[in-house]
Design a protein around this ligand. Structure first.
Ligand code: ZN
Ligand code: ZN
Length: 267
């Protein structure tokens, strides 16, 4: 199996002691590509993922300000993000969005920073990686008003209705460890109705390890557990899921790199 982990926080300090080994285990498990999420500890450092992507051919990067860190963003942050968006290994802007569960940054600030980054992504012609928690309606409202490009609803844990709304907006849905949790039947139903060409998988490591690793530190190698469960849910083989999600990732995130000229999707 040839897999892509479309969302991992490999810069996290939980990997400081064994990052090299973690990446080697991922590759040995068939995780051939990884998209490192660059939000890190928040501004002023915006290059958490770029540093990894520059070291490893098979690691791609995002840049962006997480809603938790929205209050740390300044004019300098946006200027630097616009520059980094042109980096050849930066494939998307993210994770950006709204998080009303923790409210680490005031909601109006989260929204302004989210909107500003959507404008930046449109300008750069890059897809976005969306983080939304307890903020579904506001997230969709912002996207409907402002976004015509593609992107990823990361760690999708919504209902079938939420899935349909995101799909209608042109988004891919990325399923992670939650899909394997016993109580996550709604998420599995969303995974059943997602068209094959809009499906992605992710770990969001070091968080949300799938069953049977639940509760442990998550890592890209554990993606195979989620892929197995997703295959069961959709009634296909794990190899089919691997192939579909690999191609989808390439088409969505590596289109500039692949030179297939799909940029007319953007505003
Ligand atoms: Zn997230
Ligand atoms: Zn994340």
């Amino acid at each position: 199996m040839k897999l892509v982990d479309s969302h991992c926080h490999l810069d996290d300090e939980q990997f400081d002691a064994d990052r090299e080994e973690t990446i080697a285990r991922a590759r040995a498990a068939g995780v051939e590509m990884m998209m490192a999420i660059g939000t890190g500890g928040g501004p002023p450092d915006l290059e958490a993922a770029v540093r990894l992507a520059e070291r490893y051919r098979f690691i791609h990067a995002t840049v962006g300000v997480h809603p938790h860190d929205a209050a740390k963003a300044t004019e300098e942050t946006f200027a630097r993000l616009a520059e980094l968006a042109r980096h050849p290994k930066v494939q998307a802007i993210g994770e950006i969005g709204l998080d009303y569960h923790y409210d680490f940054s005031p909601r109006d600030v989260q929204r302004a920073v989210f909107e500003r980054q959507l404008a930046l992504a449109a300008e750069a012609g890059k897809p976005v990686v969306i983080h939304t928690r307890e903020a579904w309606e506001d997230t969709l409202e912002v996207l409907r008003a402002q976004w015509r490009g593609g992107g990823i609803m990361h760690c999708f844990t919504g209902t079938e209705q939420h899935a349909r709304e995101a799909l209608d907006l042109g988004f891919h849905l990325a399923f992670g460890g939650v899909l394997t949790f016993p109580k996550a039947e709604e998420t599995r139903q969303a995974a059943r109705i997602t068209p094959a060409d809009r499906l992605l998988v992710e770990t969001d490591c070091p968080y949300l390890a799938p069953v049977p690793k639940r509760g442990k530190r998550n890592e890209p190698a554990f993606l195979v557990e989620t892929v197995r469960r997703l295959a069961e849910v959709r009634g296909v083989t794990p190899e089919t899921i691997a192939e579909q999600t690999y191609v989808n990732f390439q088409q969505l995130c590596l289109r500039v790199w692949a030179g297939n000229g799909k940029l007319d999707n953007f505003q």
